[in-house]
Design a protein around this ligand. Structure first.
Ligand code: NAD
Length: 381
């Protein structure tokens, strides 16, 4: 038996996911979640429960103004349903902003499954989740995220066609990281050209530029390759010493310790590892006039955007710079073309130039300008 209910108490039951009740955010708030009042603008929020498999999940559809909502499915051992709900509402709204600024014909959506992906995941649970996705009739398209992988998407696909991010051989768009990395490279090009008063050119040489790169994973490694090709100098840092050593060998990089990357003198700091790395302590230490990287949620809090502005550091808002991955997914389909996705990702640089100009003209932070741009586009949609 599948049930779909609100934490406020309203409850409906359904067999096979055929007649799920859709609960809107306002109803959740009226159910006692006053702290979530900011999220009333979500179009739909589903609370999905399937007793037999132990599924407890939320699907948040923030907006379908610009197209069907698209965002990953996260599986995480949240301490409570409220914590999971808060996360899905925040993440799905962030996806709306990201798609809008990237000029992607998609809306903001996200799902979270409560549980430990190592011990609580089962085919039955994933299929049940797929049935809930299916019940939305395409208003939400799911994909991989933290705690879910391609294998899981194959199982979810047994229950719904509304899925994205599968390997190319399965009709998907494959690993998004190369397009993400290229978009970040374009963001760096845009920030460098802006500070030098040059026109944006993603193919400009960067021979006199040093980039401090944190994290040499899927995105960071590919970004390092682009920067090396453009002849930029690299200072790298990764908790995995082997990756750092390989970057020294392949790209002539200099490696520094994980704490040291915030103190090095460079032209650009590119965070490509974790979220929250820009906090009061690290921002005060930075000796780079530009920040442009692939990591999500780089600012520890909103105040950091203002602190960067006051310090004269040009910040390429994270969700603008790292939109290449979702751009890649939006080209998914029988006519998928990596080349088209890369050309679209190049437009990230142009968008950033516009954001930098507006921020200077109006004395706003680049983060605030990006948010305003997203809201305007959502409104226009
Ligand atoms: P990944 O797990 O492949 O790589 C992360 C790398 O960071 C690893 O090499 C890891 O060893 C290193 N690392 C972890 N902690 C570190 C630390 N304290 N200091 C230095 N290095 C550290 O992940 P990824 O796919 O490359 O993603 C990187 C970031 O970009 C994440 O924040 C992710 O959410 C974001 N992002 C990724 C994509 C994508 O297409 N993969 C798209 C958008 C955003």
């Amino acid at each position: 038996m599948e049930t779909c209910d609100s934490p406020g108490g309203a409850r409906s039951e359904t067999q096979g996911g055929a007649d799920l009740n859709i609960i809107d955010a306002a109803e959740l708030v009226d159910g006692g979640l006053e702290s979530l009042a900011d999220f009333r603008e979500h179009e739909q929020v589903l609370h999905c429960r399937h007793e037999a498999s132990g599924l407890s999940a939320f699907i948040g559809v923030h907006s379908t103004e610009l197209g069907p909502s698209l965002g990953g499915c996260r599986m995480w051992p949240y301490d409570s349903e409220i914590e999971a709900l808060t996360d899905v509402l925040r993440l799905s709204m962030a996806m709306s902003f990201k798609h809008a600024v990237a000029d992607n014909p998609r809306g903001g959506g996200k799902a979270v499954i409560i549980g430990d992906p190592k011990t609580d995941k089962s085919p039955e649970l994933l299929r049940a989740f797929g049935r809930f996705v299916d019940s939305l009739g395409g208003a939400y398209i799911t994909a991989e995220d933290v705690g879910t992988a391609v294998e899981d998407m194959h199982i979810i696909r047994e229950a719904t066609p509304h899925i994205a991010g599968l390997p190319v051989e399965d009709g998907g768009s494959g690993d998004p990281s190369p397009v993400t990395a290229y978009g970040v490279f374009c963001a760096i090009q845009a920030a460098v050209s802006h500070t030098r008063g040059n026109p944006y050119n993603p193919r400009a040489p960067l021979a006199d530029i040093t980039v401090a790169l944190q994290g040499l994973g899927h995105v960071g490694w590919c970004l390092a390759g682009h920067l090396h090709e453009a002849r930029a100098k690299l200072i790298v840092s990764d908790i995995d010493d082997a990756k750092a050593a390989r970057a020294c060998e392949e790209f002539g990089a200099t490696s520094v310790g994980i704490g040291e990357v915030f103190d090095v003198e460079a032209d650009v700091f590119a965070p490509c590892a974790l979220g929250g790395v820009l906090n009061k302590d690290t921002v005060a230490r930075l000796r780079t006039p530009i920040i442009a990287g692939g990591a999500n949620n780089q600012l520890a809090d909103e105040e950091m955007a203002r602190m960067l502005q006051v310090q004269g550091i040009l910040y390429a808002p994270d969700y603008v710079a790292n939109a290449g991955g979702i751009i890649n997914i939006s080209y998914e389909g029988p006519d998928y073309s990596l080349d088209k996705a890369l050309r679209h990702a190049e437009r990230i640089g142009k968008t950033l130039i516009e954001i930098f100009h507006v921020a200077e003209r109006e004395g706003m932070t680049t983060a605030a300008v990006a948010d305003r741009m997203a809201m305007e586009r959502l409104g226009a949609g």
